[in-house]
Design a protein around this ligand. Structure first.
Ligand code: F6P
Length: 366
């Protein structure tokens, strides 16, 4: 029997989402003879039954487009602001799934989406997911689409900051996205040759960072690039956060969201100010922000998104539901949603990238 597939994108947008929508859609329709319909703005669109036709040419010409043609939101099925209050809209979502005659819902998203997809699966829906995020922090997949593009953008930014830092004999602190994971700052820091890389997984000591910068100055290099992940914290902040977490009897050190962007920016500005005082060099701050998520996806992201998207269609054709399609070497493998949801892939402090960075004299401020 012909299967009817729904598809949505949820969470922050990411380059490669359209390539993935196209991959899922074309393989579902042309290879497997299914029907596909899009839902706008993530789980909110499914709750409000706002659909988008994806057949008859709608999937053509979108491979190279940034963002998502479906629109996205951070709304969660079980906690959605409706009429000014947070409501559990799972029942409405389940009803709309059935009203559209769906056999499976494909959710493209990051860590939060995997959790929400699992909740819908537990509510009785057939679900398949794909891992997207520039943060690269989804568990059990080698990588996520969006990461490579953001890595290129952040690396290019560091390259450009180098020449101005060099000319003015300045420290430039560049804040790089990644939420609670340091993959993007670490990768771009290495690729762009940052002198200092600060990531959430390795709390830093500002004195140690300043010493590294002063040592460069003594060697005749009176400028430095500090690549700081937005979630990076000093040892002192880390200890304070742990105390607060312990008081709340919550083992995990959780931070921000309270206006996360502001919290991150304040920390970054403070760091630059401290480094200026400790080194005697002028410091400037560049916050790359949403630039890292915009624009054309890289070739690697288009390839990954197409590979995972078509693999998802093949999985659905076999009526295999309840999986995230993960990248494992050259393979695309189904991973049970229960194993992925709630896990965050952070940078192990002894990760080969960290060791390589240390090998080229990069300071982590530890
Ligand atoms: O998860 C992707 C991400 O870009 C993070 O790196 C960043 O912290 C966050 O989203 C920004 O979220 P928003 O789009 O809500 O500003």
């Amino acid at each position: 029997m012909t299967q009817n597939i729904g598809i949505l994108t949820s969470g922050g947008d990411t380059p490669g989402l359209n390539a993935a929508i196209r991959g899922v859609g074309k393989a579902c329709v042309s290879r497997h003879g299914m029907h596909i319909v899009g839902f706008r703005d993530g789980f909110r669109g499914l709750m409000e039954n706002r659909t988008m036709v994806l057949e008859g040419g709608a999937l053509s010409g979108i491979l190279t487009l940034g963002g998502t043609i479906l629109g996205t939101s951070r709304d969660k099925p079980h906690k959605m602001p409706v009429h000014g209050k947070m409501q559990d809209m799972t029942e409405t979502i389940v009803a709309n799934y059935h009203a559209n005659g769906l056999d499976c819902l494909v959710c493209l998203g990051g860590g939060g989406t995997q959790k929400n997809a699992l909740r819908l699966m537990q509510a009785g829906l057939n679900v398949v997911t794909l891992p997207k995020t520039i943060d690269n922090d989804v568990a059990l997949t080698d990588t996520t689409f969006g990461f490579d593009t953001a890595l290129g953008i952040a690396t290019d930014a560091i390259d450009r900051l180098h020449s101005t830092a060099h000319s003015h004999h300045r420290i430039i602190v560049v804040e790089i996205m990644g939420h609670r994971a340091g993959w993007l700052a670490l990768g771009a820091g290495i690729a762009g040759g940052a002198d200092v890389i600060l990531i959430p997984e390795i709390p830093y000591d500002v004195e140690v960072v300043a010493d590294a910068i002063k040592a460069r100055k003594r060697k005749g290099k009176p400028f430095s690039i500090v690549a700081v992940a937005e979630g990076a914290v000093s040892r002192q902040e880390f200890a304070e956060m742990q105390l607060v977490a312990a008081k709340k009897k919550d083992k995990k050190v959780k931070e921000p969201p309270a206006e996360a962007e502001l919290v991150y920016a304040e920390r970054t500005l403070r760091l630059a100010h401290q480094l200026e005082k400790l080194t005697g060099l002028e410091a400037r701050v560049t916050i790359l922000g949403h630039l890292q998520r915009g624009g054309t996806p890289s070739a690697a992201d288009r390839l990954l998104a197409t590979r995972l998207g078509t693999a998802a269609a093949d999985l659905i054709e076999q009526r295999q539901y309840g999986f995230m399609v993960a990248a494992r070497g050259e393979l695309s493998v189904p991973v049970p949603l229960e194993d992925v949801a709630g896990q965050v892939k952070i940078v192990p402090p002894e990760h080969p990238w960290v060791l390589s960075a240390r090998g080229v004299e990069t300071s982590f401020g530890d």
